[in-house]
Design a protein around this ligand. Structure first.
Ligand SMILES: [Zn+2]
Length: 283
């Protein structure tokens, strides 16, 4: 007869003990990577620009965090900060969702716009925040994008937009969908000046934002592993006669098929933008 304990699942017991140990640690000290499952020391993760040191998974960044690692220190000046969304359609519970979005992100809306410099080059910059209602595009979001293009024309500056969005904001119905046309028209007007527009697609950039200004840039850069597309994967699969290939909405697939110009790790973003802006300035 086997000695007692031979068939006990020691690994599982050890795992339970480890989890118990982790549960006992203060909140926020550790972060689990959603891709590889590695338990990461939160401070190290922050130092690594919120990229997993084991599998290079790029965690989502808030707009403020993004600006901090992308633009020259102290150069960002916010514009149109006072624009506040109203409930055009008296959509039920919209106000409470807006309040929750504000609390989650610390912002008035899912899009922050302003002016800054990158590597000494002046730019007009907009950064989306997924923490505000999934980065959905409503009237304020669209207005800020349109004004950014106008500001680019007025000041002769390149425009950079960092995108992350689940799409149009359904609580604003047609007003939200209209932002697709409005921002696209603004991008086209800006394009006619010959000034440079750079769009950065981060995880995820989908639907109404993907189908408007986000894909109309002169240079489209994506972060590794970002989900980029119009319809969600399940809807896309249902709508097509041919089954879409595996991972067809990932940044790397989009690069292979000419939809984006480069896939750039987060740590290389600022320097690469500075180089591109320098080339644009020499034209
Ligand atoms: Zn990982």
């Amino acid at each position: 007869m086997a000695p007692d304990g031979w068939f006990r699942r020691k690994g599982n017991a050890a795992g339970k003990a480890a989890r118990k140990h982790l549960d006992a640690l203060p909140d926020g000290l550790w972060t689990k990577c959603p891709k590889c499952g590695e338990i990461l020391f939160s401070k190290e993760l922050e130092k690594n620009l919120k990229v997993c040191s084991k599998c290079s998974y790029h965690f989502k960044l808030g707009a403020v965090e993004r600006l901090a690692i992308m633009v020259d220190e102290g150069s960002f000046v916010e514009t149109d900060a006072g624009l506040v969304t109203i409930n055009h359609l008296s959509f039920p519970d919209y106000e409470s969702k807006l309040a929750k979005g504000c609390a989650n992100s610390g912002l008035n809306d899912g899009m922050v716009s302003g002016t800054a410099s990158i590597g000494g080059h002046s730019v007009v910059i907009c950064v989306a925040d997924f923490g505000f209602m999934g980065g959905s595009m409503g009237s304020v979001y669209g207005e800020k994008i349109s004004r950014a293009f106008e500001r680019g024309i007025e000041t002769g500056s390149p425009v950079i937009i960092v995108n992350t969005s689940g799409g149009a904001r359904m609580q604003e119905g047609l007003v939200s969908l209209m932002q697709m046309a409005k921002t696209s028209a603004a991008a086209a007007k800006f394009g006619r000046t010959g000034l440079m527009y750079i769009s950065i697609l981060t995880d995820p950039t989908m639907a109404g934002v993907h189908a408007s200004f986000a894909m109309l840039a002169d240079i489209i850069i994506a972060e590794p592993g970002a989900l980029i597309g119009f319809a969600g994967q399940r809807v896309a699969a249902q709508a097509q006669v041919i089954k879409p290939p595996q991972g067809f909405q990932l940044a790397e697939f989009q690069l292979e098929h000419g939809m984006v110009d480069m896939v750039l790790p987060r740590r290389d973003m600022k320097d690469t933008l500075a180089k591109i802006l320098a080339m644009g300035a020499r034209r």
